[in-house]
Each structure stands twice: as structure tokens, then as C-alpha cells.
Design a protein around this ligand. Structure first.
Ligand code: FES
Length: 107
């Protein structure tokens, strides 16, 4: 189990919005929607599209892949619409004051 790693300030990400960060060797998209923060791998499971370049829908709680439009659940990373069928990995976010931390779910 990895530790919580400081990745950004809460003010770095508009609501709704996203920010691409590197956590260790991994590209992670931090997401801000309806006052909550989430973290997903920056990889669409359809064909590797960069989720950090897609729009966040805070009412629906989703982010859409900019390549072919597959939508993923911000909380769980579940693939909600075609053409993606597999979830992308979600990571744990901790907020401490203004600081955001991420703990990778598989190190
Ligand atoms: S690469 Fe994301 S929907 Fe195709």
C-alpha cells in the first residue's frame, strides 16, 4: 500500500475541472466536481485517450474521453458508455486544508 503523496492545491483546479499530475511514474487526472475531488488514471480504456483533456460533467458525475466520447464515473472509474467497456483505475484523494494528496490504489 503506497502513501498519500501531495499533488496539488485545491485552488489549482476549477469546479468543474481537471488537472493532469504525475504521481510517481503514473499520469493521474485530478477531478473537481460539485465540491468534491477525485483521481483517475489518465487513460481511457477504449484506446488510451487522455481523460484529462475531456469535459467534466459535475451534475452527472462523469468525465468524457476526448477521442470517442466514452464516459467514466468520477468516483469509481467505471465505464458508463460505449465504446469503453472496462473501468479505468480510481485512486484515493485526501484533502488537508488547501493541499490535495493522492494514494495510488495499486502502488
Ligand atoms: S480512446 Fe477513449 S473513447 Fe476511444
Amino acid at each position: 500500500m503506497s502513501d498519500f503523496i501531495p499533488v496539488a492545491r485545491t485552488s489549482d483546479i476549477p469546479d468543474p475541472g481537471s488537472l493532469l499530475v504525475e504521481v510517481g511514474e503514473r499520469l493521474v487526472v485530478l477531478l473537481h466536481a460539485a465540491g468534491h475531488f477525485y483521481a483517475l488514471d489518465d487513460v481511457c480504456t477504449h484506446d488510451g485517450g487522455p481523460l484529462s483533456e475531456g469535459p467534466v460533467d459535475s451534475a452527472a458525475g462523469t468525465i468524457a474521453c476526448p477521442r470517442h466520447g466514452a464516459k467514466f464515473d468520477l468516483r469509481s472509474g467505471a465505464a458508463l458508455t460505449m465504446p469503453a467497456t472496462q473501468p479505468t483505475k480510481s485512486h484515493v484523494v485526501k484533502v488537508d486544508g488547501e493541499q490535495l494528496f493522492v494514494r495510488l490504489s495499486d502502488g
